[in-house]
Design a protein around this ligand. Structure first.
Ligand code: HEC
Length: 226
């Protein structure tokens, strides 16, 4: 073969290689840039706004005692008090049981019954069993006084608690005073009779934010292999 024949062969090979290269490049440019519409992996721990657990409760607003006690059903409250008798006596001078005697408990200083061994949580809380305090405590004792030894689930129903407190109020030597009803919303605030500084205090329950889960999962690495 002379060199002219060799040139034709080399030219044909080079031409083929160039053809293959061009086709491959065009093909890659057409197909490469496509991205999946949906990523093939999910980043765990990323929670959408507002999708947290719906367990956080609004603190319950204390009722206006001047209004609700006037219409409370103390007789129904006495029935509710049957649930306390397992642990408490209600009569004057009766002995303590699992819990202290609660005759005259409304407006009584907290943890003040002689000879009853209160929890340190109850003793350190201080204050007085006002209507508001009883209302909050009896809803969920352990939630309101963390560490109390009153192992009672509580009375969810607000009207049950109001009736019970109306009964407990009368179950005393001299029933605690009923505060003046709060003024109607339309009236000027300046004309408001004092209804006690705590009358509108929120129940104080902490509104817990759901804790953000730790984002300790690896990123896309490794997730692409199915
Ligand atoms: C399972 C037993 C149990 C039941 C049921 C129960 N209590 Fe108690 N209660 C206790 C104990 C024990 C204490 C003392 C708590 C402490 O020291 O932490 C207590 C404390 C109290 C106190 C605080 C008294 C004080 O002198 O400071 C009040 C008020 C009270 N209970 C009301 C009630 C009412 C009202 C009911 C019914 C709706 C009720 N309890 C049901 C066991 C009970």
């Amino acid at each position: 073969m002379d060199s002219f024949e060799w040139n034709k062969i080399i030219g044909a090979v080079l031409g083929s290689l160039i053809f293959i290269f061009v086709v491959k490049t065009i093909g890659e440019n057409i197909y490469e840039a496509e991205k999946p519409a949906k990523p093939g992996y999910v980043v765990e721990g990323v929670v959408e706004e507002g999708a947290g657990p719906a367990t956080a409760e609004k603190p319950e607003e204390a009722p206006d005692w001047g209004t609700v006690l006037a219409s409370a059903d103390a007789g129904a409250g006495k029935t509710v008090s049957g649930r306390c008798l397992q642990c408490h006596t209600l009569g004057k001078g009766e002995p303590n049981k699992i819990g202290p005697n609660i005759y005259g408990v409304v407006e009584r200083p907290r943890a003040s019954v002689d000879g009853f061994s209160y929890s340190s949580a109850m003793k350190s809380k201080g204050g007085t069993w006002s209507y508001d305090e009883l209302f909050k405590f009896l809803k969920s004792p352990g939630a309101y006084i963390n560490g109390t030894k009153m192992s009672f689930a509580g009375l969810r129903n607000a009207q049950d608690r109001i009736n019970l407190i109306a009964f407990l109020r009368t179950n005393a030597d001299s029933p605690a005073a009923i505060p003046a009803p709060a003024p109607k919303k339309e009236e000027a605030p300046a004309a408001a009779p004092p209804a006690g500084p705590d009358a509108k205090a929120p129940a104080g329950a902490a509104t817990e934010k759901p804790a953000a889960p730790a984002a300790d999962k690896p990123g896309p690495n490794g997730a692409e292999k199915k």
